[in-house]
Design a protein around this ligand. Structure first.
Ligand code: NAD
Ligand code: UDP
Length: 337
């Protein structure tokens, strides 16, 4: 298929490009490089032994996006472009609503102009909010607790309403759990700017000595070892879920929502221990008070994706930490190395 990929130069987008190109899809990337790198796209092409079309553009520039979409004539869009930091979204709500909502509306206008009926959207488990029950299935109520989560939930609604108005449309809303890891080659991976907010990129910088120790945000949660539990999913598995969703979008119409996780939870201490084993020494850590807004535990019920998308996570925590370590040790400063 001809696939337009917004935000393709970012973390999840770059890994998805490798899988898409590996399956013979023709891709065109639109990215502002606000948080992505042209170097990632160069490396994707080397890894895939192919070429891709790329445009530096802001998705909110509807005229530009429409021109690109009309010329490329995509059969589907994978929509990654957006802002994603929960804490920052509380401080900059207008920017988050603008990029994530205005950006999505702008994309739909460009898709309409180009006659493209399919879109795969990067949503997030954060749309669920405090768990009413666990694991979360797709029928769990949504009650986002951050501006970021609100933008994802609102974009889901916009895309669902768009599909309802167009009989030919197919919308796949993928609610990612905690994406981690890197391509096993170590050529592409997560390249956070500044101090990483998330556990695994922070731990990776502890491993290379760029940070003195991991701060464990709370060990008094009602979990077996007291630290928070998340459903970490290898970014390569996640990338493959997009290929599966694309196949599904070619076969059905309407809007569908899928949890993309492993169905298994790991605690902060378990991830720290796994990373220490990968590096071959105990990584330093200190227990700190809980981080405001954090929940104790979350896991996906990923059965719907298994039955309808015929997709299932195959890589485990060992694969996740090994790949991060390969990437981080070869690229201690990310794409700026
Ligand atoms: P990322 O920041 O690495 O990638 C996003 C890409 O979008 C970047 O390359 C950035 O330059 C680009 N971009 C941002 N604003 C843009 C704009 N206005 N116009 C054009 N391009 C723009 O993030 P990621 O981790 O790869 O996440 C991709 C998507 O998945 C995001 O929508 C994010 O909200 C969602 N998501 C991520 C996670 C996660 O933990 N990484 C979890 C759930 C959902
Ligand atoms: N965490 C931590 N130290 C860090 C970053 C995260 O202890 O430096 C914990 C956090 O409290 C949570 C888990 O690691 O229990 C995953 O956090 P992350 O920010 O990666 O994902 P999210 O909270 O968005 O699920």
């Amino acid at each position: 298929m001809r696939v337009l990929v917004t935000g393709g130069a970012g973390y999840i987008g770059s890994h998805t490009l490798v899988e898409l190109m590996g399956q013979g899809h023709e891709v065109c990337v639109v990215d502002s490089y606000a948080n992505g790198s042209p170097e990632a796209l160069a490396r994707v092409q080397t890894l895939s032994n192919g070429t891709l079309e790329a445009h530096e553009a802001d998705i909110r520039d509807t005229d530009r996006l429409t021109t690109i979409a009309r010329a490329f004539a995509p059969e589907a869009v994978v929509h990654f472009a957006g802002l994603k930091a929960v804490g920052e979204s509380q401080r900059q709500p207008v920017e988050y609503y603008d990029v994530n909502i205005t950006g999505t509306l702008s994309l739909l206008r460009a898709m309409e102009a180009a006659g493209c009926p399919r879109v795969i959207f990067s949503s997030s488990a954060t749309v669920y909010g405090e768990p009413v029950y666990l694991p979360y299935d797709e029928a769990h109520p949504t009650a986002p607790t951050s501006v970021y989560g609100q933008t994802k939930r609102m974009a889901e609604q916009i895309l669902t309403d768009w599909a309802a108005a167009r009989p030919e449309a197919a919308v796949m809303l993928l609610r990612y759990f905690n994406p981690v890891g890197a391509h096993p080659s170590g050529r592409i991976g997560e390249d956070p700017q500044g101090v990483p907010d998330n556990l695994m990129p922070y731990l990776a910088q502890v491993a290379t000595g760029q940070r003195p120790y991991l701060q464990i945000w709370g060990d008094d949660y009602p979990t077996p070892d007291g630290t928070g539990i998340r459903d970490y999913i290898h970014v390569v598995d996640l990338a493959r879920a997009h290929v599966a969703a694309l196949d599904r979008a070619a076969a059905v119409t309407g809007a569908e929502v899928y949890n993309i996780g492993t169905g298994r939870g790991s605690s902060v201490r378990e991830m720290l221990d796994a990373f220490s084993r990968a590096v071959g020494r105990d990584l330093p850590a200190q227990v700190m008070p809980r981080r405001p807004g954090d929940i104790a535990e979350m896991q996906a019920d990923a059965t719907k994706a298994a039955t309808q998308l015929r997709w299932k996570a195959e890589l485990d925590v060992g694969d996740m930490v090994a790949s991060i370590w390969t990437w981080q040790s070869a690229n201690p400063k990310g794409y700026r190395t």
